[in-house]
Structures are given as structure tokens and as C-alpha cells.
Design a protein around this ligand. Structure first.
Ligand SMILES: [Zn+2]
Length: 305
């Protein structure tokens, strides 16, 4: 990532492109928002992705499997393999997975996971990135956990800590930096991934039916976590597929709004209008991942051209 400080964005009329920053705890977490990122890249927005940790201690399944064996049957290469080698492999997988969604600005910060804590070092590293990118939109983890049978403290994990670190960094850069003479920065919107939340707890569903192949591909890339082609299909069908099903579409990535949306009027999306006006047969087509209105859009686009 180019850390040279960017000037605050002066939006010109008609300039709709956005600067988007995605901050995740571990490299694999970007997959949960990959389809959304691809849509933004497609519409000309700039998307930068940062993993706070290399995921060195996350899902090292090969090591876990070796340590389950009696010590005389363990593969010493795996047992004594360095955490750095595992992290390096994961970093490569991270870059490849991001590339599947058209994202090339990819950074892994040098912090360790399990536990990840929102320390001063983590917060100031994120603040530097915020100054450099000056995003209008942030996608990250929620800085809170929902009570789960009243044991919510048990669920404060790396993802929650990442969300807290992002919020602290946002607070930091919103204050004028007199020592460096930097202008303050505020983001316009923040969205928390809904991956760990129930379908009734999320605010926004992004229809990623056109990105299913890419989501499966990205999932499969994380071989270091033991992912296989079969696992990748199952995971996407049961997560993005389930969220899509609940939203009345094929596949969806879900988000929770971190900031309240301000508008002069209430809004309704084109997709909600289309769904409301769809016949039963069209709704079924939509749920199977095929937007029946795509044909109409193609026709009207051709008419305009
Ligand atoms: Zn994670």
C-alpha cells in the first residue's frame, strides 16, 4: 500500500467513485465480503484490503492433526515448521483470493492473532492507513458481540478486537493531528460483516449471485486451512446461499450498518422494487441465482446505446 498521505477527497458533481477500505482480523475473513468488493471494483471504486494479522495461529490444521498423533509418529517437519512459513503461505493465499475479486491493494500488518488485541500499536498502524487511504466507506468486523445465551464475554475474539481497533483508529484520525499537521478524517459509512450474525440481525444484503464461482474459488485457495473444493462449495451454499434464501435472492453477503444512514427521503433499492414486482416464477428464478430482470436491463442498455 502506498502510505503517502492522500488529500481529503473533494467530490466533484458526477464523480461517484468511492474509496473503500476493508479491514479484517485474519486473511481469510476477506472472503466473507469478496463479492461485495468485486461489485465495487467493477463500478470503478478503489478497494484496499488490510489484514491486521497474518493469521499465524488460526486454523493451522496440519499442525493440529500432527499433534493429535503419538509423538513417535509425528512429522517433525510439520511440528517444528516455523509459524513464519505458515504465515507466508497464508499471505500468498490472501493476495490470490483478493485478486479473484479484482482487488490488488492488499496489506498484511505485522501483528499476531489469537489473541489479537486493540493495542496502541495496532490502533496507530490502522490510523496511518486511514490517513493514507482516506476512505469514505469501511467494511470490517463489528466492535461488539451480541449476547449469546448471556455468555457474550466468551465471544469477544479476534474479530471483535479488530472491530474495536478500527473504531479506535477512526476516533484517533477524527481529531486534528497538530504534531504532524494532518487534517482530520471521518468516514461516511461503516459496514460490519454479518457473517457471524443471524439473518434477522443484519441490515443490508448484497446480492452476490454473479460472484458465487469467485466466492468458491477464493474459499478453495486457502489450502493452508485445509480447504478443499467440496468444502468450498458446501460453505458458500450454506452461508451465502442461506442468506440469499432469506433475502429472496440466490446468494447474499450481509452487513450491519455501523453508522446511521442520513437522507432527506426514505429510499428503496432497484432490486427491492424488482423483487416486489416479480411473478412467482420470476421469484423462483431469482432464488436459484438468476436475476430475471437482467435480460430487461440488457435490452434497455442496448436501447440506450
Ligand atoms: Zn477470522
Amino acid at each position: 500500500m502506498n502510505t503517502e498521505e492522500k488529500r481529503p477527497i473533494m467530490r466533484l458533481p458526477g464523480d461517484e467513485s468511492l474509496r473503500i477500505l476493508v479491514v479484517v482480523a485474519h486473511p481469510h475473513d476477506v472472503c466473507h465480503m469478496g463479492g461485495t468488493c468485486a461489485h465495487h471494483v467493477e463500478r470503478g471504486d478503489s478497494v484496499s484490503v488490510v489484514a491486521i494479522t497474518g493469521g499465524q495461529r488460526t486454523h493451522n490444521e496440519k499442525l493440529a492433526d500432527e499433534l493429535r498423533k503419538p509423538s513417535d509418529r509425528q512429522d517433525t517437519k510439520v511440528v517444528h515448521g516455523s509459524q513464519d512459513d505458515y504465515a507466508k503461505r497464508k499471505k500468498e493465499e490472501f493476495a490470490r483470493a483478493c485478486a479473484v475479486f479484482g482487488v490488488t491493494d492488499v496489506t498484511v500488518l505485522p501483528f499476531s492473532d489469537h489473541p489479537l488485541e486493540a493495542t496502541e500499536d495496532v490502533v496507530s498502524a490502522l490510523a496511518e492507513i486511514l490517513y493514507a487511504v482516506r476512505p469514505q466507506l469501511i467494511l470490517t468486523h463489528a466492535p461488539y458481540t451480541l449476547p449469546d445465551r448471556r455468555f457474550h464475554y466468551a465471544w469477544v475474539n479476534d474479530h471483535t478486537a479488530a472491530g474495536i481497533a478500527v473504531q479506535k483508529a477512526l476516533n484517533h484520525v477524527s481529531i486534528p493531528d497538530t504534531s504532524m499537521g494532518r487534517s482530520p478524517h471521518r468516514v461516511a459509512a461503516i459496514y460490519y460483516t454479518g457473517i457471524d450474525y443471524g439473518f434477522h440481525e443484519v441490515d443490508v444484503c448484497i446480492d452476490i449471485s454473479d460472484q458465487v464461482e469467485n466466492r468458491i474459488k477464493a474459499e478453495e485457495i486457502f489450502e493452508s486451512q485445509g480447504h478443499t473444493a467440496e468444502f468450498a462449495i458446501k460453505r458458500i451454499e450454506s452461508s451465502a446461499g442461506f442468506q440469499g434464501w432469506k433475502a429472496g435472492t440466490g446468494y447474499a453477503e450481509t452487513f450491519i450498518r455501523g453508522y446511521r444512514e442520513i437522507s432527506r427521503c426514505l429510499s428503496v433499492t432497484k432490486e427491492n422494487l424488482q423483487l416486489a414486482g416479480s411473478s412467482h416464477e420470476e421469484r423462483l428464478r431469482w432464488i436459484t441465482g438468476e436475476n430475471p430482470h437482467d435480460d430487461e436491463q440488457d435490452v434497455s442498455r442496448q436501447r440506450r446505446e
